[in-house]
Every structure is written in structure tokens, then in C-alpha cells.
Write a protein that binds this ligand. Structure first.
Ligand code: ADP
Ligand code: MG
Length: 140
């Protein structure tokens, strides 16, 4: 299987509870390597742009409010079949549906404040990485 990259966000509910390390540990234990990482305060404009695909969904406004409510950690993760590997360790969007051993089962507070974002395809991973990182920030 090919080594690929995906994009991850440790969301404000997790940074607020000092879970940056705990979440990253689960990502690493799942076979993913953090090849770029930075803690940022997302601007409203960034959050709106990043979640543009969800613009028509009823929770869009609240989601943007949540994503700017505190710092996030944006990361590029590398590993075999990274997109799927990350989605598997993240767990279902709604923590009530998430499997044991997943990040959202362990840490998510609600369907909205669900601790992590992960790209859903190689194409979106590429777009999302470029949304937050310059090429020279992907240090390996
Ligand atoms: P995922 O993050 O699992 O890929 P989606 O892409 O469907 O899920 O949704 C993006 C984000 O929007 C979710 O991670 C969550 O923070 C938020 N969200 C999704 N569904 C809801 C909902 N019904 N109510 C509130 N927030 C939601
Ligand atoms: Mg999604």
C-alpha cells in the first residue's frame, strides 16, 4: 500500500482540555507520522473558507463559531493509506456512534465539538494541506 498524506485538525474542544498530546499519541499509535504541525488561532475567514463545502448545511454558522472559539492544531499526517487510516482512528462524526478505541469515542464532547478533523479523500487532503501549509513547512 502506498504511503500518502492527509490533513488533520485538533479542534478547539480538544486544545481547551489540554488534549493535544493525547490526540497526537493516538494518531501516532495508529501508524501516522506528523510531518508538519502548527498551533494557530483560525480567523473567521479561514474557517468559513475551509468549511465552504458545508455552507448550505444548517450547522455551518455554529461550526464556524466553534472553530474560531480557541486555538487549533493543524497537522499533516503521513502513513500507508493515510486518509483511511486517519478516518478509522478518528471514529464516526457523532461520538455516540464512534467505535471503542477511536479518538472521538475517547474525547469528543458532541457531534459538533468532536475533537478532530480529517480529510475524506486524497484530493481533499491535498487541497486542505495547501490551504494551511506552504511546501517548505512539510518537514518530514
Ligand atoms: P467529519 O468531520 O466526520 O468528516 P462532516 O464532514 O460531515 O464530518 O462534518 C464536518 C464537521 O461539522 C463535523 O466534524 C462536526 O464538527 C460538524 N458537524 C457535522 N454534523 C453536524 C451536526 N449535525 N450538527 C452540528 N455539527 C455538525
Ligand atoms: Mg468531513
Amino acid at each position: 500500500m502506498a504511503v500518502t498524506r492527509t490533513f488533520s485538525i485538533i479542534k478547539p474542544d480538544a486544545t481547551r482540555r489540554n488534549l493535544t498530546g493525547a490526540v497526537t499519541k493516538m494518531l501516532e499509535e495508529a501508524g501516522l507520522r506528523v510531518v508538519a504541525s502548527k498551533r494557530i488561532q483560525m480567523t473567521r475567514q479561514q474557517a468559513e473558507g475551509f468549511y465552504e463545502v458545508h455552507k448550505e448545511r444548517p450547522f455551518y454558522g455554529e461550526l464556524v463559531d466553534f472553530m474560531v472559539s480557541g486555538p487549533v492544531v493543524v497537522q499533516v499526517l503521513e502513513g500507508e493509506d493515510a486518509v483511511k487510516r486517519n478516518r478509522d482512528v478518528m471514529g464516526a462524526t457523532n461520538p455516540a456512534d464512534a467505535d471503542e478505541g477511536t479518538i472521538r469515542k475517547a474525547y469528543a464532547e458532541s457531534i459538533e465539538a468532536n475533537s478532530v478533523h480529517g480529510s475524506d479523500s486524497d484530493e481533499n487532503a491535498d487541497k486542505e494541506i495547501r490551504f494551511f501549509f506552504d511546501e517548505d513547512e512539510l518537514v518530514g
